[in-house]
Design a protein around this ligand. Structure first.
Ligand code: XBP
Ligand code: MG
Length: 248
């Protein structure tokens, strides 16, 4: 078989685990309460706020939209809130309450042991990405962990994917990306990458027209995925054979 596949590149939040609703959102709310602010981001409201990528950027957007009287000098407040939020998020993940999504561990380990290179491309801050990996997977499986402010523009800008490709020194045609959101898909597509989308409740109605496959999760032999977009026959879960097939 002709093997094109050289690397798998994973988004973190929403793709490796459902970190947004039960992790980031909860941590933001704790940071607000600790600062004596009566701001509360509900599950559904947080879904709207996810249109802004990056935690610091999200807080800024929220203040500008909903508390404009706080003025323009927001940098220090935002940094302070985000620092507190990062601590709370770390604590939440350390308890091990947020688990990897179905099929994630299996696929990553299969890739690693077959010599397929692995990378992370996330908008989230590095300590947050590491917190999830340390608890659930060995971070050293990943050759590149590109996170947060490492590039000037966050997703949907393709910067983070250009950075990963540059680090890996690979042609985008030899890499497969896993994302859960339209922002992430847009970033990967603009970098010339083929993408599998595993949707979640926040993203299921988004536009995934440039994805090569859209499924509800990566699946396991006993728990097949559901295909929302894409033509695949006789496959019930994503493995390296399918990953390679998608690059053709
Ligand atoms: C998800 C994000 C992040 C998190 C918050 O990024 O948009 O902003 O919601 O994380 P991805 P930080 O799906 O690319 O991993 O507070 O650390 O920014
Ligand atoms: Mg995501």
């Amino acid at each position: 078989m002709d093997n094109l596949l050289k690397a798998l590149i994973f988004d973190v939040d929403g793709t490796l685990a459902e970190t947004e609703r039960d992790g980031h959102r909860v941590a933001f709310n704790r940071a607000f309460a600790e600062a004596g602010l009566d701001w509360y981001w509900s599950d559904s409201f947080y879904g709207e706020l996810l249109s802004v990528a990056g935690g610091k950027e999200r807080i800024r957007f929220y203040i500008e939209q909903y508390h404009p009287k706080l003025g323009n000098n927001l940098d220090e407040l935002i940094l302070e809130l985000h620092r507190a939020k990062t601590n709370y998020y770390y604590q939440l993940l350390s308890k091990g309450e947020i688990r990897l999504r179905l099929g994630v561990k299996r696929l990553i380990e299969e890739a690693y042991y077959q010599g397929i290179r692995l990378a992370i491309a996330t908008t989230s801050a590095l300590p947050n990405a590491l917190a999830l990996l340390e608890k659930n997977l060995d971070p050293s499986l990943f050759e590149v962990i590109a996170a947060g402010d490492i590039v000037p523009q966050k997703k949907p800008d393709p910067d983070i994917y250009h950075y990963v490709l540059q680090q890996l020194q690979l042609d985008p045609k030899t890499c497969l990306v896993f994302e859960d959101s339209a922002h992430g898909l847009q970033a990967a597509t603009q970098a010339g990458l083929t993408t599998v989308v595993t949707v979640n409740n926040y993203t299921i109605n988004q536009d995934f027209s440039t994805a090569s496959l859209v499924i509800n999760h990566l699946g396991e032999p006993e728990q097949p995925f559901e295909i929302l977009k894409g033509e695949i026959k006789d496959k019930q879960y994503v493995d390296l054979a399918l990953a390679n097939e998608l690059l053709k």
